[in-house]
Design a protein around this ligand. Structure first.
Ligand SMILES: Cc1cc2nc3c(=O)[nH]c(=O)nc-3n(C[C@H](O)[C@H](O)[C@H](O)COP(=O)(O)OP(=O)(O)OC[C@H]3O[C@@H](n4cnc5c(N)ncnc54)[C@H](O)[C@@H]3O)c2cc1C
Length: 197
């Protein structure tokens, strides 16, 4: 059984920064994440995308932002269980928590922080026949890990939210051509991005 002051479910940016705030209160943290690496959506879905809306930072890639957060929390020496999903949380009679993962790792903590973001995520796929024939490097991707994969290629982006708009703007200088397909006449993403497009 792992003993800690605070157990944080989710090692995305919110979970990581919680370690810093807890550290100021002299509380030790143990983080659990279903992914094999820390960083949440930033490291898993868009590590190379630039982010422009972090206060005090005019522009930084998602992965560099996570590296900065890791540097910031290093003095507080958090511990991690990665690649395991929290399945069960039990509140004990003294008010503390026992947390159990799908691999049966058990953590006992005085405080539980849930920083699970969108949950342990999977892509929402469109209902299109034979989609799986083009997955796994054969043309269709649900996230962009390495922009170089798209250099000098003709690409089609489907969607109209922030993700689709951000990647359209970013990939226009890398790909040979970018075509954005959206089912509605207006975009759901930030108006500034829609204006740029
Ligand atoms: C393509 C894209 C571009 C974006 N660009 C920007 C941007 O430019 N600027 C901006 O401010 N925001 C942006 N966002 C949004 C931003 O990524 C999220 O707001 C941010 O990741 C939320 O952080 P979080 O720590 O709350 O959650 P997440 O990053 O979602 O992390 C939550 C973590 O919890 C883990 N988890 C959940 N449930 C469990 C469980 N039961 N057991 C174990 N682990 C669990 C997940 O595996 C995950 O790693 C973008 C999002 C996407 C998809």
């Amino acid at each position: 059984m792992i003993q800690t002051d605070i157990c944080i479910i989710g090692a995305g940016p919110v979970g990581l920064f919680a370690v810093f705030e807890a550290g100021l209160l002299k509380m030790r943290c143990h983080l659990i994440d279903a992914l094999l690496q820390v960083g949440g959506q930033l490291s898993e879905i868009y590590p190379q995308k630039p982010i422009y809306d972090i206060p005090g930072s005019p522009g930084i890639t998602a992965q560099d932002h996570i590296q900065q957060l890791l540097l910031q929390i290093e003095p507080f020496k958090p511990t991690y269980t990665l690649g395991e999903r929290v399945q069960e949380v039990e509140k004990l009679s003294d008010g503390s928590f026992q947390i159990c993962t799908n691999e049966n790792t058990k953590v006992h903590a005085k405080v539980l922080v849930i920083a699970g973001g969108l949950g342990s995520f999977e892509p929402r796929k469109p209902v299109v026949e034979n989609l799986e024939m083009f997955e796994n490097g054969k043309g269709i991707s649900y996230m962009i890990k390495d922009v170089e994969t798209y250099r000098d290629k003709d690409i089609i982006i489907a969607g109209g939210g922030d993700s689709a708009l951000d990647w359209t703007i970013h990939l226009k200088d890398i790909a040979k051509s970018v075509t954005l397909i959206h089912r509605s006449e207006s975009f759901r993403g930030a108006p500034d991005s829609a204006h740029k497009i």
